[in-house]
Design a protein around this ligand. Structure first.
Ligand code: PLP
Length: 500
């Protein structure tokens, strides 16, 4: 329980010292969790102050008072107590705090010095957080909560349509997502990995790629990018990323090109667009395909060109945790190339262009009606969700000031949609433990690089120091539109309080 001292109540309600912004998330947190209190001894004082000096705020105060739990003030008074001698009002509040096992949130320096039951608002976050279930890395229920009624309506429409595969929802989503990305074609598929596999497969069917061709790809990507290459018997050429942006370094790309190189595969890792103008220039100069793994970067843009519209083709994942996440697996390919679009559509539908006629040995990888309907509900809010992510990232970058951590660097604000906020820390385990103690969950993306995985035993001997170091020290902290300001401040304070 937390009792608000008079000074905090007045500051909050009148914005007396510009404090409303600073402390309103504390009040909100307490009231939301039924833990905000006033001592009955405060009521007459507060009502008097508001009626006499802040009449215009009286109504707001009374509304606030109504939401607080009123804690009784005991009648036993120890007149020998130093606090009673100094300030009887503070003493009575402390007595109430004692009864309710509460802490008094106050800015009064003398009160803070004389009572162990007081708490400065700056120290509130860590304490309050410890008493809650904490901040999970990603609370998908909270992410999807605002869409519940939209989902229910969309689901009802699908159920009553009687058409569950390749119907009007998929068609509409494909058009809406193509428009969103600024491309001509979007092909819905079953998941992000299939989107990437099918891009390479289609180029093979079209005679543009063949087994053994080299594909340049960042070594620190999620393994799905590499799996898509090897699944098609192409050769991944793993390149060290730029240590600051975690993305492909165009200079290194140019140096890695051999006569066998046929494609540059840019991964917009963590939500930040790779240096696409430079990569596009290199691809054009050397007549290479430029492909994108946009699984983490829906909406990231540069010069008004979005992820998914820079390359010859791009794969998206709508895995539930992604910035645009379905309620199950889902994915898509975007492209301006009509022949490629048709080939991918056929490959994902048993290789069939026409019902019961099979041009290719295809697979079954289709976006289903239900997931498309869910995605249509959420797509409308993708831009506002991204803005919220960018605002949170701005706060993290401005307010996290722990010298033991390195914050992510950004070349252009619109290029980053902050799927993940990844910091670097040399003693990552210590930081992880510290955050766990503070009830903040953090996650590693990713602990083992693809070339050190058992699945790629043939690549295990590769030495890639930038990539390996990155995997030993990166840590993702919570970010997403579901987090409120109180939670953001708590994460910042938890990180800033870390020390070895
Ligand atoms: C960079 C990257 N590529 C590809 C994928 C694969 O997407 P999915 O999980 O939908 O198969 C993911 C998602 O986990 C990813 O992060």
């Amino acid at each position: 329980m937390f009792i608000f001292d008079n000074n905090i109540v007045i500051d909050l309600i009148t914005d007396r010292q510009g404090y409303a912004d600073q402390y309103s998330d504390i009040a909100l947190f307490c009231l939301k969790n039924n833990r905000g209190c006033l001592s009955s001894s405060q009521l007459h004082n507060l009502r008097f102050v508001f009626s006499r000096h802040y009449k215009q705020h009286l109504e707001n105060y009374l509304a606030f008072e109504k939401q607080c739990i009123i804690v009784k003030t005991p009648s036993y008074i120890d007149f020998s107590s130093p606090l009673a001698a100094m300030d009887m009002d503070d003493y009575l509040i402390e007595l109430s705090a004692c009864c309710a096992e509460a802490r008094v949130i106050t800015l009064d320096k003398r009160f803070l010095a004389m009572s162990e039951l007081t708490l400065h608002p700056d120290n509130f976050y860590a304490l309050a957080l410890k008493e809650t279930t904490g901040i999970p890395f990603l609370d998908l229920k909270a992410v999807n909560a605002p869409y519940t009624s939209g989902f229910e309506q969309a689901l009802d429409n699908v159920i009553s349509s009687g058409w569950y595969i390749q119907g009007s929802e998929v068609k509409a989503f494909e058009q809406e997502f193509a428009d969103y990305c600024g491309v001509e074609h979007c092909i819905g598929v079953a998941n992000g990995l299939d989107a990437l596999i099918l891009i390479f497969r289609a180029y093979i069917e079209m005679g543009i790629l063949k087994a053994g061709d080299e594909v340049i790809v960042p070594a620190n990507t999620y393994i799905a990018s590499i799996l898509a290459i090897t699944e098609n018997n192409l050769t991944p050429v793993l390149l060290e990323p730029d240590a600051a942006t975690y993305n492909l370094n165009p200079q290194q790309v140019e140096q890695a090109i051999t006569p066998k190189t046929k494609a540059i595969f840019a991964v917009h890792l963590y939500g930040q667009l790779a240096d696409m103008p430079a990569l596009k220039a290199i691809a054009e100069k050397h007549n290479l395909l430029l492909l994108e793994d946009s699984a983490q970067a829906h909406g990231a843009s540069l010069n008004d060109i979005k992820a998914g519209a820079w390359g010859d083709a791009s794969g998206f994942s709508f895995y539930p945790g992604k910035n645009l996440g379905a309620l199950g697996d889902a994915g898509a390919v975007t492209t301006n190339n009509e022949q490629l679009a048709q080939t991918i559509r056929a490959l994902g539908n048993y290789g069939s262009h026409k019902k019961y006629e099979n041009r290719y040995k295809g697979i079954n990888s289709r976006l289903d009606e239900m997931q498309a309907a869910m995605l249509r509900v959420k797509l409308k809010y993708l831009d506002s969700d991204i803005t919220r992510r960018q605002d949170i990232a701005k706060r993290y970058r401005r307010e996290i000031n722990n010298p033991l951590l390195q914050l992510p660097s950004v070349s252009d604000e619109s290029m980053h949609v902050w799927h993940l906020f990844v910091v670097k820390c040399e003693h990552r385990d210590l930081l992880l433990n510290h955050l766990a103690e503070q009830n903040v969950q953090a996650i590693i993306h990713y602990p083992i690089p693809p070339h050190k995985q058992l699945a790629y035993a043939g690549l295990n001997a590769l030495v890639l120091p930038i990539t390996e170091h990155m995997h030993s020290c990166v840590l993702s902290i919570p970010i997403g539109p579901q987090l409120d300001d109180f939670e953001i401040t708590s994460v910042i304070q938890a990180i800033n309080s870390y020390g070895i």
